[in-house]
Design a protein around this ligand. Structure first.
Ligand SMILES: [Ca+2]
Ligand SMILES: [Ca+2]
Ligand SMILES: [Ca+2]
Length: 359
C-alpha cells in the first residue's frame, strides 16, 4: 500500500507542473535549433494525411527541370529577371489585392468566374479561391518538409471536384549559416497529389478556417471560439488562449517582434507560431496573429511535429538571485538573437541588451 501511494504521489506530482515550472528556468537553457533527420519515403507515406491521395505518374515534369525553369536568379539577365518578376506580379494581382501579401503564389487557374491559386506562406501550402470578389483560403496540411509542388503546373490545379498538383516527395537540407534557406532534394519524383475539395474546404464551425488548418495547429474545428473569450477564431489575434494583463505578460509583449506601422489585423492567414508552455506567454495580447505549440513533441499535432513553422521564439524567464524585480530573458529570430536583462519598476519593464548574435 505504501508503495502504491508513493506511485500515485509521483504520478500526481509529475502531472501538476506549476506556472513556476512552465515559465521560469534556473540555468541558461534557451530554445536551440535541433536538426532533425529527414524522413524516408516510407515514413512520409506512413504519416500521410488520410484525405490525401498520391498517384504515381509515368510521365512527369522532373524536379530539376521545374527548379531550373522557376528560378528567378539562375543565369538570366537583369532585364529578363525584371520581366519575369513583373509578369508574376500581374498574374497574381487580383490575389494580392484581395488577400494582401501574406503569400507567395505559384499556379493559377480560372473556372468560369472562380479564380484559384496555389500559394505558400510560413505556415505551409494553401489553395486560394476568389469567387464573386470574395477571397477564401484553404490550408492543405501538407508539410513543406515532405511535399514539393512543381512551380509550373501543366494540368489545372482544380479538376472534377479535386485539388490536384504535380510534384515530388522531398527532403530539406538546411544550409549552414543561411538560416531560413531551404535547399530541397527530391527523394521520389513524379507524383500527383489529390485532395477532394469537400475535404479541403470543410469548415465545420464556419469560422473562416478550414478544419484541416485548425487540426494542423491545435485549434478547435468544431468551435468558432476556441479559447471562449467571445472573439471568434478568425478575428482573434491570439485564438488559443485568453488574454490577461500582468507583470509577465507585459514582459512577453515587449519582446514580441515589431513590424512597424502595418496593420496586421487583416492578415488572417499569417501567424507567428511559438513553441512554449509558459502561461504568461500564452496570455499575451499581440498586434499580429500568434499560435502556440506545446514544447513536448508528443503533445504536438502531427503537422507541427514535422514542419518548421517557427520564425523565432522567446525563452523562459530566469530570475535574478538577489534582485526580485530583475530577470533575464532571450529572444531569437531567423538570423539573430538578443539576450536581455529586464527590470520592473513602477509597473514598467526596462530592457537592457546583455548579449546575443547576428548571422
Ligand atoms: Ca473552422
Ligand atoms: Ca474554430
Ligand atoms: Ca477567441
Amino acid at each position: 500500500m505504501k508503495y502504491f501511494s508513493f506511485l500515485v504521489f509521483i504520478f500526481f506530482f509529475s502531472c501538476s507542473k506549476t506556472v513556476e515550472d512552465r515559465c521560469f528556468i534556473e540555468g541558461d537553457k534557451t530554445g536551440e535549433y535541433i536538426e532533425k533527420k529527414p524522413y524516408t519515403v516510407k515514413q512520409i507515406l506512413k504519416e500521410k494525411p488520410k484525405y490525401l491521395t498520391i498517384i504515381n505518374l509515368k510521365k512527369y515534369r522532373s524536379f530539376k527541370q521545374d527548379s531550373i525553369d522557376s528560378s528567378l536568379f539562375n543565369s538570366i539577365s537583369r532585364e529578363e529577371f525584371e520581366r519575369r518578376f513583373k509578369a508574376k506580379e500581374r498574374e497574381f494581382e487580383n490575389f494580392t489585392k484581395k488577400i494582401s501579401e501574406q503569400f507567395s503564389y505559384f499556379s493559377k487557374q480560372e473556372i468560369g468566374r472562380i479564380q484559384y491559386a496555389l500559394a505558400k506562406n510560413n505556415m505551409g501550402y494553401w489553395l486560394l479561391k476568389i469567387e464573386n470578389n470574395q477571397p477564401s483560403a484553404y490550408f492543405l496540411g501538407l508539410s513543406f518538409s515532405h511535399y514539393y509542388f512543381n512551380k509550373t503546373q501543366k494540368e489545372p490545379i482544380v479538376k472534377d471536384g479535386f485539388f490536384q498538383a504535380e510534384g515530388s516527395l522531398v527532403k530539406i537540407v538546411k544550409m549552414d549559416g543561411l538560416p531560413g534557406y531551404d535547399d530541397y532534394t527530391p527523394i521520389e519524383e513524379g507524383k500527383l497529389f489529390k485532395i477532394n475539395l469537400n475535404d479541403l474546404t470543410k469548415d465545420s464551425d464556419h469560422d473562416g478556417y478550414n478544419d484541416i488548418f485548425e487540426e494542423s495547429f491545435g485549434l478547435n474545428p468544431t468551435n468558432r471560439d476556441t479559447d471562449g473569450d467571445g472573439i471568434n477564431d478568425f478575428d482573434d489575434l491570439n485564438p488559443m488562449y485568453k488574454t490577461e494583463k500582468n507583470k509577465f505578460t507585459q514582459l512577453y509583449e515587449l519582446l514580441l517582434p515589431s513590424y512597424g506601422i502595418e496593420d496586421l489585423r487583416e492578415e488572417h492567414y499569417s501567424f507567428n507560431v511559438y513553441s512554449s508552455d509558459c502561461d504568461y506567454f500564452h496570455q499575451i495580447n499581440p498586434e499580429f496573429r500568434v499560435l502556440f505549440v506545446p514544447e513536448e513533441e508528443s503533445k504536438q499535432t502531427a503537422y507541427v511535429r514535422v514542419t518548421d513553422v517557427f520564425r523565432g521564439g522567446i525563452s523562459k524567464i530566469k530570475k535574478d538571485k538577489k534582485d526580485l524585480n530583475k530577470v533575464y530573458i532571450t529572444e531569437w529570430g531567423n538570423s539573430s538573437s538578443s539576450k536581455y536583462s529586464a527590470e520592473y519598476l513602477n509597473g514598467k519593464w526596462t530592457l537592457n541588451v546583455i548579449g546575443g548574435y547576428i548571422i
